[in-house]
Ligand binder design. Structure first.
Ligand code: ATR
Length: 279
């Protein structure tokens, strides 16, 4: 019998997390010897409680709000992507070492490439809306596709500027754009991604002038509750192809699962529907 693998998602609060549904679906599907739970840990007790869980044999963790940044100093090593993003959403314990990673960039790109076969990243610019943790993961992912330009716009311009300064390093690929000027770059864009909380249930909607968007552009919202945001519906009404946010959640989980269970689990329709039914 193979070793029992214990994993968990840590947050505060945690009851809303869809990660247990996803990982337990795969543990069952592949008949693996392991478990995945949701554990609430108050941020003040994060290190002490993680130490206890590791002593109990846990070897894989996901982190959600408010822990993604707080857990950085707890890690013995950081994968480069976690360092660049400045947040850890996935931790693996290997030979007693706590290795922090971030699977959001992978999740974003894997979703786009699966939903839109043959997507051409190099034919135009991207507009990333928002400058928080998710935006950093997405901009990092887009940099790896060699998009010629990545515009970043944010309500608080300074945060877009900071993101560009930090991620550009030796390039000038990322260009910050003022919130009230974002429509002016739409004619150059072949991809738009909403990474803000605008459009989520209970939040105001995101509005852009789709009339100015380059023909054939792809529109992605990482919000998945609701799945069809007004932003995506407006894009469809103007004739644009859209990609919903649920896939990024599923694919970021896929990479984490692979790290802990050494199985490449499938993101299929059955799993997608199972998760959507809980939203
Ligand atoms: P995440 O980790 O999901 O990216 P975050 O770091 O809290 O979450 O970032 C939230 C993003 O949504 C930010 O870009 C935020 O803009 P500000 O930096 O100006 O706060 C954006 N956001 C949230 N509410 C918004 C609103 N009402 N209008 C515009 N942007 C909003």
């Amino acid at each position: 019998m193979s070793e029992f693998i214990k994993a968990a998602v840590i947050g505060h609060p945690i009851s809303h997390s869809k990660s247990p549904i996803i990982h337990n679906h795969w543990i069952e599907k592949y008949a693996l010897n392991g478990s995945y739970e949701a554990i609430d840990i108050h941020p003040d007790n994060l290190s002490a409680e993680l130490d206890k869980l590791i002593a109990q044999g846990y070897s894989g963790f996901n982190f959600t709000l408010p822990h993604k940044e707080l857990v950085l100093p707890y890690c013995d090593e950081l994968e480069q992507i976690a360092e660049v993003i400045g947040a850890v959403n996935c931790l693996s314990v290997k030979d007693g070492k706590k290795i922090g990673s971030n699977t959001d960039s992978y999740g974003f790109l894997a979703n786009l490439t699966h939903q839109k076969q043959g997507i051409d990243f190099q034919g135009g610019a991207a507009l990333v809306i928002g400058a928080g943790g998710a935006a950093r993961a997405i901009v990092s992912a887009l940099m790896s596709t060699r998009m010629p330009r990545i515009y970043v716009t944010n309500r608080t311009f300074e945060k877009a500027q900071k993101l560009a300064d930090e991620l550009n390093m030796f390039t000038d690929l990322i260009v910050p754009v003022a919130w009230d000027k974002k429509d002016q770059v739409l004619d150059q864009c072949t991809l738009i991604v909403n990474t803000t909380s605008l459009g989520m249930d209970g939040e105001p909607d995101l509005e852009i002038d789709f009339g100015r968007l380059s023909k054939g552009a792809l529109v992605n919202d990482i919000v998945y509750a609701p799945l069809q945001t007004k932003f995506l519906k407006d894009a469809q009404a103007s004739g644009f192809e859209t990609v919903t946010g649920i896939g990024m959640l599923l694919y970021q989980a896929q990479q984490a699962f692979r790290k802990w269970f050494h199985v490449n689990p499938e993101v299929d329709e059955e799993l997608t529907q199972k998760v959507l039914a809980q939203i």
